[in-house]
Design a protein around this ligand. Structure first.
Ligand code: PGA
Length: 252
């Protein structure tokens, strides 16, 4: 049995003050929730505050990206060691907005994944096809390629906690959520490719989240699919009430 993970990706939203205001409303709403794990990925400037404010609760926090090296002359970057030093336990890797706007390549995602696993940071590796690739019938090829590159040279024994998020680029922030069947099919492709690289046992344990226009009113139907093990939520995670409803509806 894979325990669902419901995660909030706050992207470039919320000051530390706004992040703490969110938590003071959100934490009481979900304090008795045990059906899923809950995670929040705030901006780097709020991360330390969110980690402190969620200590001893059922919510954990992670970074939206990191470099793969521990230190160096890389202006603007944050390293795995630095994340660990503030009590960070999770990291998003290869989000499509990082791939598009920060030119992150598949090779960089692979280096970051290796670094996360070395540092006991639980990675959420994001993959997903564009509208153009889907329309050209290339969804499976894109997903298999992204997974193969991300997992290159990685041992299955290190991946007991690792998570993958299927986030079709055409569904992110557009309101066009994938149908539960489309998402389930993509997750099955991803799981088969994980099995090729890391083995069947690891693939069957791995949680694969769906992300892209998840809302309180569509999360339950997505979660009925056998291959869907949770959600990565952007826009609808910014309001405490809405994200709490998503957490609750995911296991309704
Ligand atoms: P969205 O974003 O929920 O706003 O579509 C999801 C994501 O980018 O992780």
């Amino acid at each position: 049995m894979r325990k669902p993970l419901i995660a909030a990706n706050w992207k470039m939203y919320k000051t530390p003050k706004e992040s703490l205001a969110f938590l003071s409303e959100f934490l009481p709403e979900v304090k008795d929730h045990t059906a899923s794990e809950i995670a929040i990925f705030p901006t780097m400037s709020s991360l330390g505050y969110v980690i402190e404010a969620t200590k001893g609760t059922n919510v954990t926090a992670g970074a939206q990206t990191m470099h793969w090296l521990n230190e160096g002359p890389y202006t603007g970057q944050t390293s795995p060691t630095m994340l660990e030093s503030i009590g960070c336990t999770r990291v998003l890797l290869g989000h499509s907005e990082r791939r598009i706007y920060a030119h992150e390549t598949d090779d960089m995602v692979n280096l970051k994944l290796k670094a996360a696993l070395e540092h006991d940071l639980v990675p959420v590796v994001c993959v997903g096809e564009t509208q153009e690739k889907r329309e050209s019938g290339l969804t499976e090829a894109v997903l298999r390629w992204q997974i193969a590159c991300a997992l290159n040279g990685i041992a299955g024994s290190l991946c007991s906690q690792m998570v993958i998020a299927y986030e079709p680029v055409w569904a992110i922030g557009t309101g066009s959520v994938a149908t539960p069947e489309q998402a389930n099919d993509a997750h099955a492709i991803i799981r088969r490719e994980v099995a090729v690289h890391l083995g069947e046992a690891c693939a069957s344990r791995m949680r694969i989240l769906y992300g892209g226009s998840v809302k309180p009113d569509n999360v339950a139907s997505l979660m009925t699919q056998p291959e869907i093990d949770g959600a990565l939520v952007g826009g609808a995670s910014l309001k405490a009430k809405s994200f709490a409803e998503i957490v609750q509806n995911a296991s309704a």
